[in-house]
Design a binder for this molecule. Structure first.
Ligand SMILES: Cc1ncc(COP(=O)(O)O)c(C=O)c1O
Length: 436
């Protein structure tokens, strides 16, 4: 049923800002996205105005008589942070962390330096950021363009959550990312196009080469020049984990953030996989588009923050405070490089195993991979689900079956067990083939 309540005047004002100068963003928003606003005049706004008052009876947190946050000492002792970390973070995120993450974006993506984009808005990690993007840009029945190998949670987030219809293209053609398949989808009939890209990819562990990244950019530009209005949602969960030369090391966001006034790039990222803090739950959503003013970026931030407020109120303050401390810790870069090296060594070992065991080719074909946490193999001549079962039952080896492939999370397999992992897959395929 349609929402019959008139649109809130704050949403009307944000939409007005977004429409300035003939900007196409209003036509990219879903109905929920158009209605989204941050309730800056409500409890939060009134609390902000009261900040600094000698008596402050506004917000629903509790303070001791001396003005410090009222905390249970046994809880406080568990967390090595000032007790302020137990208070709420703002819905858009801790101001300093947002600024810090914004700066890190340009450091990690040199191409982005100098390109205008919004400040990141903090979310309850990437899943939540993806959900917000779905709510902002997809109405029931809208198409979502994506490669056919994707993280399975996209179905809950976008098909079930937003009511979108997936329109996929084969991820690979002759061992490379299928840019032509993507380009074809972008120029298909219909003016609004919502695209979802995830590199390094789950499940394939693939990131486009530098040439492929250029070709993706050219395909999006061509569609935009032909009049398509495009939202490019970019899931950067595994950002930075690239193990081969010639593979694009920046986010595709850097290629799209100021490409064309018909292209809104939406970057979803966070600490989860990049900084190895899966349970901490801090992510970000950042917008980039050619020609947007600061006020227009802020309007998009307000819409995202409104959806944060509506879903989780605010992301974990403890999580945000932990990251803020980590990013300014002089040991951060060195330790991150060490963890990268651990994963890279496993990647290299897998390459070595494939070079040493040509006989494995009779049992399975590795899919293209060069980055991230995963790789996939395609079983030769046996059913992937039967193989998965055989591996569990006979070889104590757990894998994930999806779309006829086995996904192997080598991120969680110790280096010295990788030989056995692939030997077991080979053995299990041969056993299944030998069955009468
Ligand atoms: C591609 C992709 N995006 C997003 C996520 C979710 O990340 P988070 O744990 O930060 O919600 C995952 C987690 O597996 C993922 O593989």
């Amino acid at each position: 049923m349609k929402n019959r309540k008139p649109m809130n005047e704050l949403a009307v004002a944000l939409n007005g800002t977004l429409a300035e100068g003939g900007c196409v963003v209003p036509s990219l928003l879903s109905e929920k996205g158009a209605r989204a606003f941050f309730p800056s005049h409500g409890i939060l706004g009134q609390s902000a105005e009261a900040k600094g008052s000698s008596i402050n009876a506004t917000i629903g947190t509790a303070f001791e008589d001396d003005g410090t946050p009222l905390c249970l000492e046994c809880v406080e002792e568990l967390v090595n942070l000032p007790s302020q970390a137990f208070l709420y973070a703002p819905s858009s995120g801790n101001k300093d962390l947002r600024a810090q993450w914004g700066e890190l974006l340009s450091k990690k993506n040199p191409t982005l330096a100098g390109q205008a984009h919004s400040l990141p808005v903090a979310t309850h990690a990437l899943t939540h950021a993806l959900y917000i993007a779905g709510q902002l840009f997809l109405d029931r029945g809208d198409k979502l363009i994506l490669p056919d190998l994707y993280w399975d949670n996209y179905e809950l987030l976008f098909e079930e959550g937003a009511g979108a219809i997936f329109t996929t293209f084969p991820t690979f053609v002759r061992g490379h990312f299928n840019v032509k398949g993507l380009a074809k989808k972008l120029v298909a009939p219909g003016e609004k196009k919502v695209l979802l890209l995830n590199f390094p990819n789950n499940p394939t562990g693939y990131t486009p080469t530098e040439e492929e990244a250029d070709a993706i950019q050219a395909a999006v530009l061509q569609a935009a020049e032909a009049g398509k209005k495009i939202v490019a949602i970019i899931d950067d969960a595994y950002f930075g984990l690239v193990y081969e030369k010639g593979v694009f090391r920046e986010s595709i966001f850097a290629k799209l953030a100021s490409l064309h006034s018909n292209v809104l790039a939406v970057k979803l990222d966070g600490a989860t996989k990049e900084d190895y803090v899966w349970g901490l739950r801090v992510g970000f959503i950042t917008f980039g588009m050619k020609g947007l003013s600061k006020a227009q970026f802020q309007a998009l931030e307000q819409k995202a923050a409104g959806l944060v407020r509506a879903t989780i109120s605010s992301a974990s303050n403890i999580g945000q405070q932990v990251l803020l401390k980590a990013y300014t810790d002089p040991r951060y870069a060195g330790q991150k490089a060490e963890k990268f090296a651990t994963l890279e060594a496993r990647y290299k070992k897998i390459r070595k195993i494939f070079r040493a065991h040509r006989e494995y080719r009779e049992s399975f074909t590795p899919m293209p991979f060069n980055s991230g946490y995963f790789m996939c193999v395609k079983p030769n001549g046996v059913d992937a689900e039967a193989l998965r079962r055989q591996l569990i039952e006979r070889h104590q080896t757990g894998t994930i079956m999806l779309q006829g492939l086995l996904r192997l999370a080598y991120s969680s397999v110790p280096l010295d067990k990788l030989d056995a992992l692939f030997a077991n897959i080979d053995a299990a395929v041969r056993e299944l083939k030998a069955r009468p």
